[in-house]
Design a protein around this ligand. Sequence first.
Ligand code: HEM
Length: 117
Amino acid sequence: METLRHIVLFVHLIGFAVLFGAWAVQAFGGKREFTRLMSIGMTIAAIAGLALAAPWGIEYDLNYVKIGVKLLLLLVIGALLGIGTARQKRGAGVPAAMFWLVGILTAANAAIAAIWR
Ligand code: HEM
């Protein structure tokens, strides 16, 4: 069970890496647009994160306030990606604040996961 939990955590980290990596490519030298890869990474992180939010394969209590905050941030990231992608399809483009917020909130979620115990 513990090993399976570590595998799910690994998948969760792959999702985070795909989301943040795809965003970083766009931020530094790209067109600063939202891409499909960002949504794919977010979906992987979300599914694996929800699986990790249940207390299995561990002997300590989970910090549900921290998990709740992470879920809230993920919902905001999802909304921003959804609205931004719809705007792009209309040819309206993604506002700069919306683009940067996705990267900042993704990094914030990783920081919360690593620092808040
Ligand atoms: C973009 C969204 C997210 C990012 C960037 C992210 C990032 C991370 C990272 C980097 C870790 C590893 C931290 C460590 O092992 O110390 C982690 C662990 C974890 N994440 Fe996420 N996460 C996201 C969304 C979520 C969501 C939506 C949930 C649940 C609702 C969640 C639940 C967890 C849990 C339970 C762990 C296991 C370690 C712990 O208890 O902190 N994550 N996350």
